[in-house]
Design a protein around this ligand. Structure first.
Ligand SMILES: [Zn+2]
Length: 181
């Protein structure tokens, strides 16, 4: 870095006069953006105190508004997905008394996909906990008639199905990302 500083300082007077090639200019600005010493040196040459270089351009106001809307939509999407997950888990567990494997082997992977959409990889440990909470709630409040051990066992089975869904979503996400690169 020190060597680079020497080169940059030698070039600074030319740079200040805008007498360097585009490539050199880019090199100098790149260096200045991460080197206080050389920036100060440039300030001395140009008479300014501290010259700010390569300050990212301010985004237009409309983009800010767009971002805000996106954020709000994301939040709505998040709570909607969250509700759907809880709804489906209730449905899968409650309606079938936790015992319809055929039915839940379809529902739970879908739950997993949704979970991946909102939690990302964290769904891997969040979903089993969420399942356990819901299943225990259903069991203890006697919403359905199922023993606590059975409820616990089904939670494990359903967690596995949910994990399958999460894995599928992850692979799709990964493949999509790769294609985009
Ligand atoms: Zn430097």
């Amino acid at each position: 870095m020190k060597n680079e500083c020497n080169i940059v300082i030698d070039l600074l007077p030319l740079y200040a006069e805008d007498m360097v090639s585009e490539e050199t200019k880019r090199f100098i600005e790149d260096h200045l953006s991460s080197c206080d010493g050389c920036r100060r040196q440039l300030g001395i040459i140009t008479g300014a105190d501290i010259v700010k270089v390569a300050e990212p351009e301010k985004k237009p106001e409309s983009e800010g508004a767009f971002k805000r809307i996106m954020k709000r939509m994301n939040r709505q999407f998040y709570s909607l997905s969250y509700s759907l997950i809880i709804f489906f888990v209730f449905l899968g567990f409650g309606w079938t008394a936790g015992e319809n494997l055929m039915y839940n082997s379809l529902i739970m992977p879908i739950v997993g996909v949704f979970a991946y959409l909102i939690f990302g990889w964290r769904a891997v440990y969040k979903m089993p906990v969420l399942l356990l909470v819901i299943d225990m709630f259903v069991c203890l409040t006697k919403l359905i008639n199922i023993g606590i051990y059975a409820a616990f066992l089904w939670t494990i089975v359903y967690s596995l199905f949910v994990l399958v869904g999460i894995a599928i979503a992850f692979l799709l996400h990964y493949a999509f990302k790769k294609e985009n690169n």
